[in-house]
Design a protein around this ligand. Structure first.
Ligand code: 6Z5
Length: 337
């Protein structure tokens, strides 16, 4: 941590970038979130007026290992392009700071939504849960696991649709390999993580999804404890109360997620025929790849050229070469507007 100055203000760092009122084509508006290495500000794109959220990471506070994790998070965010995952628009890096310009989810955390509105009816929970499953299944197909799925990381946009955020704990996984980093938040962590066992990857997200389904439909956590030891015992015992109002099909679905044996709780394919998941829908949320949104949309490229004098070839170059620069950001901001 950079030596703190005598001033007691929030920006307790020597990093000059933290005193800015904007960066690139963006003007900061207000702080939306604050962590120990990063700050997230709501910002406005000067040219299109679009609202974005900019995650500002102070590199001077990161050691080699944490810096490596940051660049891995950015690489993974660049890979992901799904309607229910927060979109990365632009990456701006200075000597001291990384600015991740991302989609702003104006509805805030699903966690806060549940605190305010209480548990969801199964019909509403199904819609939200299908969105979450579609996004997580998309990640798993790209060999990416999130590892910190929880109600606090599930954001809502202005239509109250799900936007999965915070891939800070995410990683690639090898279907034949093993990972051993204990990640995530205890109430959502799979038993094998508490037991320090190595794991493949998707199965730890599958457990967290079971906890999320329980939280959506009951407004409570299935496993709880007043300290980590009690929490661990509760999770490893794997017993949780089923409220009377929960439907049989929902109870059966919970049982498919909250299986203590990681080898039985393998991946999300079991959802294709699940009656609760597919009630009222013709297609499973994990069936096919709904995610790749159409890119190189001619109308947007034309608009960028006529209204903003951006040559089409430079837009296509940035999009095709996965360069998250100001040109790509213009395209995304107009495309998602
Ligand atoms: C850039 C990105 C993805 C991000 O890192 N955060 C932070 C910041 C606060 C926070 C949180 O409270 C939970 C998860 C992620 C985050 C974002 N927060 C939002 N909206 C929001 C709006 C009102 C309250 C909370 C979040 N949109 C996009 C992001």
């Amino acid at each position: 941590m950079a030596p703190s100055k005598s001033r007691k203000d929030k920006d307790d760092t020597n990093n000059p970038d933290f005193q800015l009122n904007g960066i690139g084509n963006y003007l900061f508006q207000k702080t939306v979130g604050e962590g120990n290495f990063a700050k997230v500000k709501l910002a406005k794109h000067k040219i299109t007026g679009a609202e974005v959220a900019i995650k500002i990471i102070d590199k001077t506070t990161l050691d080699e290992k944490k810096l490596g994790k940051l660049y891995r998070e950015v690489r993974i965010m660049k890979l992901l392009n799904h309607p229910h995952i927060v979109k990365l628009y632009e990456v701006i890096e200075t000597k001291y700071t990384v600015f991740l310009v991302m989609e702003y989810a104006s509805g805030g955390e699903l966690y806060d939504y549940l605190v305010v509105h209480g548990k969801m009816k199964e019909k509403e929970a199904r819609i939200k849960f299908r969105q979450i499953l579609s996004a997580v299944s998309y990640c798993h197909k790209k060999r990416v696991i999130h590892r910190d799925l929880k109600a606090e990381n599930l954001l809502l946009d202005s239509n109250l649709d799900i936007k999965i955020a915070d891939f800070g704990f995410s990683n690639y996984y090898d279907p034949d390999g093993k990972l051993d980093t204990f990640c995530g938040s205890p109430p959502y962590a799979a038993p094998e993580l508490f037991q320090g066992k190595r794991y493949t990857g998707p199965e730890v997200d599958v457990w967290s999804l079971g906890v999320i389904l329980y939280v959506l439909t009951t407004g409570c956590l299935p496993f709880d404890g007043k300290n980590l030891q009690e929490m661990r015992e509760s999770v490893c015992r794997g017993k949780y109360r089923i409220p009377f109002y929960l439907s049989d099909v929902c109870e059966k679905l919970l049982r498919k997620f909250l299986i203590r044996d990681p080898y039985k709780r393998s991946n999300l394919d079991f959802l294709n025929e699940d009656p609760w998941i597919n009630d009222g829908f013709t297609e499973s949320p994990v069936a096919r790849d709904v995610s790749t949104r159409v890119y190189e949309d001619d109308t947007i490229i034309k608009l960028l050229e006529t209204k903003y004098n951006i040559p089409p070839e430079s837009v296509l170059k940035s999009l095709r070469e996965n360069i998250y620069d100001d040109v790509a950001a213009m395209y995304y901001l107009l495309y998602y507007d």
